[in-house]
Design a protein around this ligand. Sequence first.
Ligand code: AMP
Length: 415
Amino acid sequence: MTFKELGLSEAILKSLIELGHNKPTLIQELAIPHILQKKDVLGCAQTGTGKTAAFVLPAIQSLMMNERSAYRNIKVLVLSPTRELAIQTRDNFRRYGMYTNLKCGVVLGGVNQRSQVETLRKGIDILVATPGRLLDLMNQRIVKLNSINTLVLDEADTMLDMGFIHDIKKIVAHVPEIRQTLMFSATMPNTIRNLAKEFLKAPVLIEANTTSLTVDKINQSVYFVDSRNKANLLLEILHSEKTTSTLIFTRTKHGANKLADILEKNDLHNEVIHGNKSQRARVSALNNFKSGRSKVLIATDIAARGIDIVELSQVINYELPNLAESYVHRIGRTGRAGCVGTAISFCDRSETKYLSTIQKLIKQSIMVVEDHNYPMEQIAFKEQKKQAFSNRTSPKNSNRKFKSQTKKTKFQKNI
Ligand code: AMP
C-alpha cells in the first residue's frame, strides 16, 4: 500500500516525499481510508506507530477539499494531554501541510496566553490544545468551537490518567454534535471504551498495535539491584555503554531531581523534565536533548508521554512504574519508526510486584542480567524474585539470562 493508493492529494504526497515517509505505517494504512470516509474512529495505537500522521494527513486532506470561507475559523480541534505533545502535533500539521495554505495554532498552559490569543485572532483552521488552557480561553470568550467539524482526542488514556475528564466533557459540550470524532489511545481499558461510547458514533475500531507488538522490537532487560546501589549501577551503565541518548525514568519529581544531582556530580550533564518545571524549562530541556547537547534526559511518566525523539537509543527505568501500562509508554520512546531500541529496568525488592504485572501485560519475561557489579543480597530475595516471574500468561521467552555489558572496573562515583 502506498500513500497515493490511500487517496491523498498531491500537496500531501509532496510533503511526505520530502520528509522521507516512503510508505504508510500500519495504523495509517488502516485508519486513513475510514477517516477520509468521515467515519468516527477509535484507534488503539501509541506514539511511535505513526498515529499522529494517521489523523493529521486525512484532516489536512478534508480541509483542502472543503471550500474555504471568507475568513478562517477552527474546523479541526485536537485535544492533547501534554504541552509537549500539543507542540509536536502542531508541528506535524505544519510539516505535512507545508504545501497548503492551512494555518494551525496551539494553545497550552504554563506560558503567557498573549501570543496564543494573537494567533487565534489572526484566524486558524486547526487548533491543537491542552484541555486546561483551552477551557480557560473558552471561558474568556476568546475561542469559539462552533465551526468545528473534526474533533480528535489524542492519547485519551493519558488524558484520563491526568484527570482531564471533566475538562474534556465541558469542551466537547461546546463542539457541534454533527462532527467526526477520532479517538486514539495506547491502551483500551473499560474507561476508554465508555468514553468512546459517549463521544463517538458507530466508531470503526482499529487496533494497530497490541502491546506485545510494540514491545517486541525492543531489547528489554532487567537488573535486580538494591535501591541504595541503583545510582552506582546506573553510572556504570552510562559510562560503559556507547549510547547516543538515554531517557531515564523515575516515579517521582523528587526522585528525578535527586538523580539529576548525582549524575551532574559525576560529570554526566543531563536535562530533567517533570510537572514542576516551567513550560520554558521543559521546552529547553527537550530541545537540548533532541539536539544532542545533553545525552541524558531524566523524566517522570506524565512529562514524557508522547514526546517524539528520533534516534533515542535507550530507555532506563531507574524506578519501575507502578502502572504496567506506563512501562509500555516508557519503553515505546525507543525503537521507533522501525529502529531497534534498548530498554533497561532496575528492580529492587519493593518493585518485584510491579515487574510481575508488567510481564503479565506484555506477555513475556524480561531477560535478567545477573552478571553485574551490584547483585542483590540473596537473603529472602529469591522468594520475591520467584514471585515476579510467577503467574505469567503464555510467556514468549523463557527467563533467559545474559551477560552484563557493564565493565567490572568500578568508577569513581560521587553520590
Ligand atoms: P508518532 O507515532 O505519530 O509519534 O510518530 C512517530 C515517528 O514516526 C515520527 O517521528 C514521525 O515523523 C514518523 N513517521 C510517521 N509516519 C511515518 C511513515 N509513514 N514513515 C516513516 N516515518 C513515519
